[in-house]
Design a protein around this ligand. Structure first.
Ligand SMILES: Nc1nc2c(ncn2[C@@H]2O[C@H](COP(=O)(O)OP(=O)(O)OP(=O)(O)O)[C@@H](O)[C@H]2O)c(=O)[nH]1
Ligand SMILES: [Mg+2]
Length: 327
């Protein structure tokens, strides 16, 4: 199961305590204050690491604490700073404050960092203050965070429930996404890779009419395809679910548009699936007629028919986009 949202608690290190001390020897007329400062507490930092691709590790650990600064000493000795605690997260992690819901950072680039809790300043020793008192140390910040992973797949598979998205992902990549004859079999995004193309594909829960306003499971997941370069729009052309394929196609695009018009602007490869259930080409003809779509790939995710052609189309489309980006 893919875990795409976790809650963690972070606490930065407290500042080290200041020292209050007075140096005196028999030759001195006035004793000299010589208390050193405390060290700074370590920050808690999140860093985008390209070698990670899930938030699963946070299933096992949710509490993170950076070390505190060491206390100051006499003879103006400064306490050591606490080391920063760097927590690695996958590229594509959105970091939110759990309390306010405010987005703190979108860690979209490998190596990108964000300080999520600042270490407390160390206290100031009496050697360094005008009135020879000490300034107390500050505590480290603490905060609850929500980490959410936006998948960075090149290809996003979209379609209504039971269109055959997961079956298709499995047939193309061997990903092992659960399939089933009931709706919403897929409840979390599943990733698969096409090794020969170096493409990551994301299989998403089925999108239903009204998904943009939170119906079904759709809207929680539509965000994951915002970064996909190409969408595979899977339609059950056989109408085996009692739906009309051309209506499915229109409903889905409408949901994409309502959620975010930029989704509809993405290149789509229209995949007409479940070809093996067709007795004739009547549905295909009507699909063309009602939607105006002439460019599609007719496949059976079940028997494998048409999948080589689909692989070719995906490769072509990605190449076209890469060429465009290079200009
Ligand atoms: N005959 C036939 N059945 C298919 C084909 N592709 C998928 N199915 C069946 O259709 C049903 C739904 O397939 P899934 O791959 O789970 O569909 P999905 O789009 O991932 O569905 P959700 O995750 O529920 O949205 C399953 O019973 C599959 O075996 C196909 O090409 N031909
Ligand atoms: Mg599925």
């Amino acid at each position: 199961m893919a875990i795409d949202e976790v809650r963690i608690w972070v606490k930065a290190g407290d500042g080290g305590k200041p020292c209050s001390s007075v140096y005196k020897n028999r030759y001195m007329r006035h004793p000299r204050p010589d208390g050193g400062c405390g060290g700074k507490g370590g920050d808690v930092i999140l860093e985008a690491d390209p070698s990670l691709n899930t938030l699963r590790k946070f299933h096992f650990q949710q509490h993170f604490r950076a070390p505190s600064g060491k206390h100051g000493g006499s003879n103006r000795k400064k306490g050591a700073d606490g080391e920063d605690l760097v927590i690695k997260v996958p590229v594509g992690t959105l970091v939110r404050d759990a309390g306010t819901g405010k987005l703190l950072k979108d860690l979209a680039q490998p190596g990108q960092r964000v300080v999520v809790a600042r270490g407390g300043k160390g206290g100031i020793g009496n050697a360094y203050t005008k009135d020879h008192s000490v300034v107390p140390a500050q505590p480290g910040q603490e905060r609850e965070l929500v980490l959410e992973l936006k998948y960075l797949a090149d290809v996003g598979i979209v379609g209504l429930p039971s269109a055959g998205k997961s079956t298709l992902l499995n047939a193309l990549t061997g990903a092992g996404s659960e399939t089933g004859s009931y709706h919403f079999t897929t409840r979390n995004p599943v990733l698969g890779t096409l090794p020969e193309l170096e493409v990551v594909m994301a299989d998403l829960p089925g999108i239903v009419e009204g998904a943009h306003e939170g119906k079904g499971l759709g809207d929680r997941f539509l965000k994951h395809i915002e970064r996909a370069k190409v969408l595979l729009h899977v339609v059950d052309i056989s109408g085996s679910e009692g739906r009309l394929p051309w209506e499915d196609y229109i409903v889905l695009n409408e949901e994409l548009r309502k959620y975010n018009p930029a989704l509809l602007a993405k290149p789509q490869i229209v995949v007409l699936n479940k070809k093996d259930l067709l007795r004739n080409m009547e549905n295909v003809r009507r699909f063309e007629e009602f939607t105006g779509v002439k460019d599609f790939v007719l496949v059976s995710a079940k028997t494998g028919e048409g999948l080589d052609e689909l692989r070719r189309r995906i490769a072509e489309e990605l190449e076209r986009i890469r060429d465009g980006e290079g200009e």
